[in-house]
Each structure stands twice: as structure tokens, then as C-alpha cells.
Write a protein of this length. Sequence first.
Length: 271
Amino acid sequence: MKNSIYISLFILICFNSSAQSKKIEKQKIEIETEGKKLYRSEMASWYGSDIFDEKFPEKKEIRGGYFSYTEGDVSKCVFFSKGDSPKAICTVSFDPSYNVKTAKVDSNERDLTSYELDLSILRNKTKNEVMSDTLFVRYKYTNLNIIPIIEKDSKKVYILTGPEHNGVMIFGNDYLLTFDKNNNLLSKKRLHKNIISTEYKGSVSGIHTHLPSTGEFITPTDICTLMLYEKFAKWESYSVMSKDFISIWDCKTDSLNIMTMKAWEKMSETK
């Protein structure tokens, strides 16, 4: 009888462990995928803005804003005009290398597609929220970068804090807003409760911790920030620790690994 109980307990433990592993793997894939979407959008916005400012200074007065999105392997940064019926006034398209020399620039005015119009609406609504709600904080020598993302039935906007100075990487002071299919705001929240400014010169890795309010794992915004700056920092890895888990980002392969703290501590003991 005792043996049957032990066997049942062993099977239950194995089942729970397997279920937890599958859940962690699923979340890992979702976080990594979302982080890379944010990265592709921000890269197009970074270099697209540089190209627009250099080539079309005369259009700055009519520019209402910009957004970026990806179609296949092509990332596009679209600049739109001011007013209630915005037009695309410039589109800059990049291949996966984001090489500004091979970027395609279309400065012809055109109508926004329905998808692009939704992105412009999300961006403008988020901008208004940022200006009117004290939830959103802007620190000195930083900018708040608005990243709208539409995929299937999901409409959301991330806000990242970017530094104005070189040699600095900023984690935290980031936000997530969600919208319904009609672009009405559903929710808004601050992802990290604090801001972490990291000077990355002279190091090969970094680490920060998450409070329960931020979540157990690295965030998509963390991954986006790492991918944007890791080539300048020349880091090998970066870790995010919570009470029960450690998320390890490999800066060389741009891949994520999530481990329980117990497993990580055991592995550390054997080294």
C-alpha cells in the first residue's frame, strides 16, 4: 500500500514538473517573440528618423508623427501628416540588416492603409495619454518612445524610455497600453516600477531584479532594450532575477533561457 502511495506521489511530482516546464517554455517563446517585434520596430524608427530628418527637413512642419511595422523581412517606418485625415508623407523600408545605405525611401504622399491608419490612431491616442496622465513619467535626459503593435485581434502600445546620451542603457520606466478593436483604450499599466540607468562600458554582462509587480520573467521591453544596445555594449549576456526564476538573455545568439532559481543555484554550486 505504501509503495502505491509513493509511486502515485512520484508520478504527480513528475507531472507537475513537466507541466511547469511546458508553461515556462511557452512563456519564454512569447516573451522572446514580442521582444524581437519591439526591436524591429524601434530599429526601423531609429534609422528611419535619421533618414527623414536628413533628407526632408522641409517636411518637419507637416509631420504629425511616425510608426513602424514589419511585413515579412521588411521593416517600414512611416511618417504621417498632421490633422484628422493623415497621409503618409514618407516611407522608409529596411531589410533585416537595417543598413541605411540600402534603405528604400519613398517620399510620395499617399493614403494610409487601414492597418497603418489604426497604427497612427494608436500612436496619437497614446501620446495624448502620456501628456495628460501622471502615470507616465519622463526623466531628465530621456525620451519616451511609443511603439504601437497590431497583430490579429490584439492592439497594444508599448512605451520605452530611451537615453539622450551615448554609453547608457535604460531599463524600466516602461508601460503597456491595450486597446479594443475600435481603438478605444482598455488598460494602461507601468511594467517596471522604477528606472535603471546602466553605463555599459567596461563590462561584459549585467543584471537587474524584478519585483512581484513586474512579473517573474524578463519583459519584452527588456529584450528590446538589450537588442538595441548590446552591439554597442559588447555584452555576452544579461540576467533578470525574480524570487523564483532567473531569465538569461544571450547577447551573442539573441536567445532566451529561463530557469528556476533552485535549478540555477544547483548549477552554480557544481561550477
